[in-house]
Ligand binder design. Structure first.
Ligand SMILES: [Zn+2]
Length: 322
């Protein structure tokens, strides 16, 4: 029987239920705390903010949320644990590294001049998946990897190879970050050539591209597509995400798409207010946006309850359960 690591301990695939496969608690970037004017929020305050916002998904039947934050993006598994305790949601945390441009590759790149960082990073992933993260005893349940816009840098390639090695040994899913869907087929091909079962791979942020032919080139690899940025019109308009999804569902691919919002409850750093030109383009972005605004529109266009359930529950269960 497959066991899935949540931040409160292992669960069975049957216990997953409807699942948001790619969300976050906080959003920030390495260096946020070097801003002399950054806010330092109390842990209890932060946990309450996250639990209050994320807890709203329960009224739509969601049972599990994947916090897809990679290790180098202020992932905080104790915060995940506090939010899981407060909300009763299953929360699955990640081990992994973000893309080179916005992550924290300096340490690994420096070691890479002397040592084999594929092996070192594999060992690091394995420790977090099988022993625990830091001294918390909390084990990661997925591996997150990422690539740049239009390229996979040599550093990123090494991270993908390390992830593949750890995936094969543990069987956990790999969830990727792409820049607007670019390099989706390449990520899939690389991971598969390293021996990862395509059925365990979710290529993230594919909803940032409305080209059906391109989407098919990723589906053809046997992987799942992340339509996981609903509400971020600032990056790509929801109506084009929706048109693309309707095309794919029309072709019968409900079993190859997951739904999520890449949302957060708090931005860390200096007190943050979206600039005026961005505000209307993120106005709907929340943990509940797909339930309030997107699924009703999909249903108006003929998408069935069974297809929605497949994307929200059936696919996560298969991806985690093997
Ligand atoms: Zn994300």
């Amino acid at each position: 029987m497959t066991k899935i690591n949540t931040v409160l301990g292992p669960i069975t695939p049957e216990q997953l239920g409807p699942t948001l496969m790619h969300e976050h608690m906080v959003l920030t970037y390495p260096g946020w705390d070097l801003d002399a004017l950054c806010e330092h929020l109390e842990f209890t305050e932060l946990a309450k903010t996250c639990a209050d916002a994320l807890g709203e998904v329960k009224q739509y039947g969601i049972k599990t949320v994947v916090d897809a934050t990679p290790s180098d993006m202020w992932r905080n598994v104790e915060l995940d644990r506090a939010v899981a305790e407060k909300t009763g949601l299953n929360i699955i945390c990640a081990t992994g590294m973000y893309y080179e441009g916005e992550g924290m590759p300096a340490y690994l790149k420096a070691r890479g001049a002397m040592f084999d960082i594929v092996t070192e990073q594999y060992e690091s992933f394995m420790k977090e998946l099988t022993v625990g993260i830091g001294k918390t005893g909390i084990k990661a349940g997925v591996i997150k990897v990422a690539t740049s816009h239009g390229s996979i840098t040599p550093y990123e390639e090494k991270m993908l190879k390390a992830a593949a090695k750890a995936q094969k040994e543990t069987g956990v899913p790999i969830i990727t970050h792409t820049q607007q869907g670019t390099m989706g087929p390449d990520q899939a091909a690389l991971l598969i050539s390293e021996g990862v079962d395509a059925k365990k791979i979710v290529i993230g942020h594919m909803c940032g591209n409305a080209n059906i032919e391109y989407q098919m080139s990723v589906i053809d690899k046997g992987v799942c597509l992340g339509f996981d940025r609903w509400g971020i019109d600032y990056l790509f308009p929801d109506n084009l995400r929706r048109a693309t999804m309707l095309g794919l569902l029309g072709l019968g691919f409900a079993d190859r798409i997951i739904l999520s919002q890449d949302c957060h409850a708090q931005i860390l750093g200096r007190k943050f207010v979206w600039p005026d030109f961005v505000q209307p383009l993120v106005a709907n972005w929340s943990y509940t946006h797909i339930f309030k605004n997107i699924i009703p529109l999909l249903k108006q266009a003929g998408v069935t309850e069974a297809q929605v359930n497949q994307m929200l529950a059936g696919n996560p269960r298969r991806i985690f359960g093997g």
